[in-house]
Design a protein. Sequence first.
Length: 182
Amino acid sequence: MAIEIKVGEEAVEQEEPKPVISQVDLNMRKTLDGDFMIFDHADIDIVIMPKKSKIVAFAKDVMSEVVYGAQDRLYKFLIKKGFVKISSVVGGSVYGSIEAEILSSEELNPINLIIVNVSKWIDSERPYFEFVEEYEDMHADRLTEPEEEDSTELGEVPHEDTKGTLRPGYNYGPYWQSYTYE
């Protein structure tokens, strides 16, 4: 068997470019051991492990029902598309993580298909977490820079002798007993 090597312009001209089937734009990194980490979702980080044939979703900050809901929607999406084994979706060894086993295929590359479909799932989720971010920004602006009708200048509100719930001379004792000084 002979090996033929072509160098220079002749090799570039004869090379046929592979057709691009799909292209995704993700904030994704590849680890030293070959895992793919996807950071685009607001609540979870997704790790695809080709060597272990697993996909794991980790909570970004704090584990809550919002994070669990996002993980649940991700795995329901992947199950519906036929990428993970239904009975393999379990809690991971890290607190707040959920993992599943990736189904194998001899005809297709499941890792590339999962990356493309996770990108589609994140795009479908994007309007929700962008809305939450805009709402939080709007609320912070409302508190830090209020409108004219929602704010008062210093000295506009007249001073009263008694304000609030603590009245002078009226004290609370232990066990909800109250008494008055005279």
